[in-house]
Design a protein around this ligand. Sequence first.
Ligand code: FE
Length: 251
Amino acid sequence: MEEADSQHLHSDRRYGARMDEQAQDMERLMTRRGSLLKLGGLVAAGVGGWKTEWAEAGTGGISSGAISCVLAPEQTEGPYYLPNERVRRNITEGRPGTLLTLRLTVVDTSTCKPIQGAAVDIWHCDALGVYSGVPPAAASTTFMRGIQRTGAAGLATFQTVYPGWYPGRTVHIHVKVHAGGNVVHTGQLYFPDTLTDFAYRRAPYASRPGRDTRNAVDAVFRNGGRKSLLRVRRSGAGYVGSMAMGVHRSV
Ligand code: FE
């Protein structure tokens, strides 16, 4: 069954279309980056440039407020974004996988303060590498997609499962942040490969071996993804993954 899924994905015409779209997205990003680079010192001295990171000052950074912040790297949304996702914390719809709690904090890079009321929109494939809403899943399916609004501390929390993998990409979660009516950030969140190796020993991941792309060789990850690695800790039988995303309110 899992092998059939994998072959389906390989032979799916959408897969080719997806890679084309990703190539186009990459091209646009590179063009954007190129034009930013042309601004030279202005950008470097100002907002810190396109490919910079938000960093915490130690593990207590968020709660203590002792934070520094710079932009989270923009990365392609890919072809599987669907608008009008549901507002909900638990996005699993009961599908199998190792529980993953996501704690995503949105910070305004111009003030270094958390943004309350931002809509954090995430989507990822299920434990078997399938996205809801697009083939081979039925168009009506919505698993592993959802939106949460940030609270006063800029925090949005999701309950999901550790994502599976699909051909040609490293393990990732897509994210968009909406604030003040604008999309202020589009990115992807990643996992340490060694952690994925470990997590994939368990069911249902173990029944689908052959993950073909790791972070270091992933075409999207290579474009700033290191700055979007989740901080992951174990929690009971699952994990908690945290990330703070520095964004501009206006784009
Ligand atoms: Fe994806």
